[in-house]
Each structure stands twice: as structure tokens, then as C-alpha cells.
Design a binder for this molecule. Structure first.
Ligand code: NAI
Length: 464
């Protein structure tokens, strides 16, 4: 029986462990903190629990236009946090149960390579585990900036932002990426004054530029202030909180806020893993891997955030499955171009495949089709028709290259687009797939029609 040791119990590591056990391996999982990793404990799940509460609050306080009037609605923040904790605890216990049911042995303590085929587990019950293959799945940690004032109380990271004792009256967020934008939406919905400070000219850099601009305009309408092309120089203590000194072009701005959240990216967690001694190759802090997620040391794999390829939970899970299948001699399949990216604002944002910017940069001949959600009945009912679906397709064969959605249920709808990419579907195949009415998914068929200039529920562009 082959022995697999997985270091790290996040969505990369625990999924890899379960898959390896399914394939008949003797599996040990080493975890120094909580099973579920960043995703379950201080990432995806708790943020979405808080964002869901924010959505409910917004729905009851803005229901009048739908004929729902509620008086004296209050937020019991401690109860909001308690519900978040309850969801997290339930999911963590669920994953622990799954590991047990699959016969995976969990070792509590920090794990490090003790040679190419051994892992040393520290902590209260130190032990050395022999392995035929080792999966590094240690994830990532927030990038820290060393500006003057970085250590003042009130300067926080995303973990602290998930457990603030109260909704802050004001919040400045450094970094207009996914974390920055989700927290901006969250705390704005609960009434905080929010300013986002982003270094680049646009927020959400990897998102299709047209969609990112729509999201920014929508969030600005909700009262979030954006400073783009702006760099944080310093944070100073102020009488009523903290003051961020920000350079924007040749201007200097001062933003005073109760808390300052730093969300400028995450970096692979590699310290203390014994990588150097074992000779594992790194490049700019990331463990380098080949197409099977194997490192340069035979039998040692690195999956998820620690290899820095794409920092998303579902990508880590898919990589974990592919890595253990390869390690156990199976033919693994990993289709990286089908990984969707989702942002849980209200309405949501989701995309898969190439953005228009990437298609252009690669010199591809392509067409786009855009369907505004103002032309979709269900989107109109749910969120006033804000947003759009955009499809990028090859000019010659009509193959789907990318799909980008800003609108209600975008994060669920994107699954159809991911499948379209996996099956190498064409615009015609999306058009002839019948979408149920009334659903927001109809807009995907309409955007495919728009690629051919023939959307049904949107007027044709005027011919000049
Ligand atoms: P990010 O890479 O998405 O965004 C960081 C932003 O900070 C960028 O826009 C960058 O230009 C900006 N920035 C960097 N240095 C700066 C500075 N000194 N001043 C101002 N702006 C600066 O990283 P983020 O948002 O921290 O997220 C980390 C990872 O977690 C990402 O890979 C993200 O995809 C993932 N994540 C995914 C979520 C989801 O799938 N819904 C939710 C949250 C995070």
C-alpha cells in the first residue's frame, strides 16, 4: 500500500487526502491549526456568511420599492458573528468527519520535510512519517507592507476584519482586489463609510476591464469611495482613529478612518517547511511545479496557494486531486482554463476563460457579445436589471473563449460557462441550449446570440 503524507488541511490538502484514500493509499494529514485552512476558517466561508447577513439587512432595509416595509431594523453584530462561527464550526466538523470516514489519520502539529520521503511533525506529539509521496498544501498568508505606522492598533488584515468587535464607523481599505472589494461591500452594507485605495488605475485587476468598471460604478453608487492610481505612504494616529497618507499622482490625500484594512495580496506559506534543506526549488517565494504539480524533488508535490499559480480554493482542490492521482500512478486530468473566479458583491461577479484584455494581448481574432441584464426579466425582478453578461468567442469558429457576468447569481451561473469551455463549446451550441424562463441564465443564451448580432430581447445596434 502506498503511503501519502499531506501537509496542510485546507481545501487543497483535505481534498487531496480524501482522493488518495479513495484510491487505496494509506493517508496521513498534518495540520498545525484548523482543518479547513484559510477557506473554511478565515476566508471564503466566514466572509460569505457575513456577506449573506449584509444582503439580508440590505433587503429588509431597502424592501420598500418591492412593497416590503420594515420599521426599526437593527443589526445585532454579535449575533451576526455567532452565526458565522456556527457555520464555520459545522463545516470544519463535517470535513473532520469526512477524513475519519475515509480512514485518513490526522496529525496535529507543524509538519516539515525531513528528507525527500519523510515528514517530521512537531508539537505535542512529535513523530516522523515515512511516505512514498508528500503533498505540500500549506496555503498562503497576507502580504504585509512595511509603511510607517503599519503596526498601529487599528491597522488590520483580513482575518481581523472578520471578527471586529463592532461595525466600524469608517474603514479605509488598501488594495482594490477581491478581498478589498468584498470587505468594502460588506461593511458599506452595514453602514460604514468606506474608502478603497488601489495602486493600479482600475480595481479588480484580473477581472475583464469592462465588467470591473461596471462593478466600480455600482459600488460607488452605494457610497464606496475609490482612490485609484494611489499609494499608501504612511498611517498616523489621529484623534478619532487613524489617518492614511496617500499619494495619488502628484497629490497627497489624507483619509481618516476607524480601521485600516491591508488587502494587497497573499503570498505562499513556505517558512519552516524544510524546503531549502530538502532542495525543493522555489521561484519568487513560490514552490515551482510541473503540469502534474510535482516539484523538482521526485515524490514531492505542491498544490494550491503554495505554488502561487492561482490562489483559489476550488483550484487548490482540483490540483490536489490531480497531484495524488499522478502520485498513485493514475492518469490525472486538470483543466486549468475552466477555473471560474467569483466575487461576492451584490450583485455578484464571476468570470471564466479569457478576458477581453487577454484575448487582445494574445493577438486572437475574437468577437464579443454583450447582453445587459435590464433585458432579463428575472434580473429585473431581483436587482433592478443591474449588470451584464459578456461572451468572448473566436472569430472564425465561434468557440467560447471567455464568459464574464456581473449580475444576480453570477457565481452559480458561471458553471455553465465553465462547462462550455471544458467541452470546447461554440456560440451556436450555447444558443441552441434551451435556457429556462424566467431565469437569469437566459442572459447567457442572449449574450451568445449577441455575438452574432441577433439578441432577441435587446434592440439591434442602429445601422448607420
Ligand atoms: P489581489 O491580488 O486580488 O488584490 C490586491 C490588490 O492590491 C491589487 O489590486 C493590487 O494592485 C493592490 N495593491 C498592491 N499593493 C498595493 C499598495 N501598496 N497600495 C495600494 N494597492 C495595492 O489580492 P487580495 O484581494 O488580497 O486577495 C488575495 C487572494 O485571495 C487573491 O488571489 C484572491 O483571488 C483570493 N481571494 C478570492 C476570493 C474569492 O474567490 N471570492 C475572495 C478573497 C480572496
Amino acid at each position: 500500500m502506498k503511503r501519502i503524507v499531506v501537509i496542510g488541511g485546507g481545501p487543497g490538502g483535505y481534498v487531496a487526502a480524501i482522493r488518495a484514500a479513495q484510491l487505496g493509499a494509506e493517508v496521513r494529514l498534518v495540520e498545525s491549526e484548523h482543518i479547513g485552512g484559510t477557506c473554511l476558517n478565515v476566508g471564503c466561508i466566514p466572509t460569505k456568511a457575513l456577506l449573506h447577513a449584509a444582503e439580508l439587512y440590505h433587503a429588509v432595509t431597502h424592501g420598500a420599492s418591492h412593497g416590503i416595509k420594515a420599521g426599526n431594523v437593527t443589526v445585532d453584530w454579535q449575533a451576526v458573528l455567532a452565526r458565522k462561527r456556527a457555520v464555520v464550526t459545522r463545516l470544519v466538523r463535517g470535513v473532520e468527519g469526512l477524513l475519519k470516514a475515509n480512514g485518513v489519520t490526522v496529525h496535529r502539529g507543524p509538519g516539515a520535510l525531513a528528507g525527500p520521503r519523510a515528514v517530521a511533525v512537531g508539537g505535542e506529539n512529535p513523530v516522523t512519517l515515512e511516505a512514498d509521496a508528500i503533498i505540500l498544501a500549506t496555503g498562503s498568508e497576507p502580504v504585509r507592507l512595511n509603511f510607517p505606522g503599519h503596526d498601529l492598533p487599528g491597522v488590520i488584515d483580513s482575518t481581523a476584519a472578520l471578527a471586529l468587535p463592532a461595525v466600524p464607523a469608517s474603514l479605509a481599505i488598501v488594495g482594490g482586489g477581491v478581498i478589498g472589494v468584498e470587505f468594502a461591500a460588506l461593511y458599506r452594507a452595514f453602514g460604514a463609510e468606506v474608502t478603497v485605495i488601489e495602486m493600479l488605475p482600475q480595481i479588480l485587476p484580473p477581472v475583464d476591464g469592462e465588467i470591473a468598471a461596471l462593478v466600480r460604478a455600482h459600488l460607488a453608487k452605494q457610497g464606496i469611495k475609490f482612490l485609484t492610481g494611489a499609494r499608501l505612504d504612511e498611517v498616523k494616529q489621529a484623534a478619532n482613529g487613524l489617518t492614511a497618507i496617500v499619494a495619488a499622482g502628484d497629490q497627497s490625500e489624507e483619509i481618516t478612518a476607524e480601521k485600516i484594512l491591508i488587502a494587497v495580496g497573499r503570498r505562499p506559506r513556505t517558512a519552516g517547511l524544510g524546503l531549502e534543506a530538502a532542495g525543493v526549488a522555489l521561484e519568487r517565494g513560490r514552490v515551482t511545479v510541473d503540469a502534474n504539480f510535482a516539484t523538482n524533488i521526485p515524490g514531492v508535490y505542491a498544490i494550491g496557494d503554495v505554488n502561487g499559480l492561482i490562489m483559489l480554493a476550488h483550484a487548490a482542490s482540483a490540483q490536489g486531486i490531480a497531484a495524488v492521482e499522478h502520485a498513485l500512478g493514475h492518469r490525472a486530468a486538470y483543466h486549468g482554463h475552466t477555473i471560474p473566479a467569483c466575487i461576492y458583491t451584490s450583485p455578484e461577479v464571476a468570470g471564466v476563460g479569457l478576458t477581453e484584455e487577454t484575448a487582445k494581448a494574445r493577438g486572437l481574432a475574437y468577437h464579443t457579445g454583450i447582453f445587459p441584464l435590464a433585458g432579463n426579466g428575472k434580473a429585473l425582478i431581483e436587482s433592478g436589471g443591474t449588470g451584464q453578461v459578456k461572451i468572448i468567442a473566436g472569430a472564425k469558429h465561434g468557440e467560447i473563449l471567455g464568459v464574464h457576468i456581473f449580475g444576480p447569481r453570477a457565481t452559480d451561473l458561471i458553471a455553465e460557462a465553465a462547462l462550455a469551455l471544458r467541452l470546447e463549446a461554440t456560440v451556436d451550441e450555447l444558443i441552441t441550449t434551451i435556457h429556462a424562463h424566467p431565469t437569469v441564465s437566459e442572459a447567457i443564451g442572449e449574450a451568445a446570440l449577441a455575438v452574432t448580432g441577433a439578441a432577441i430581447h435587446w434592440p439591434p445596434a442602429r445601422k448607420s
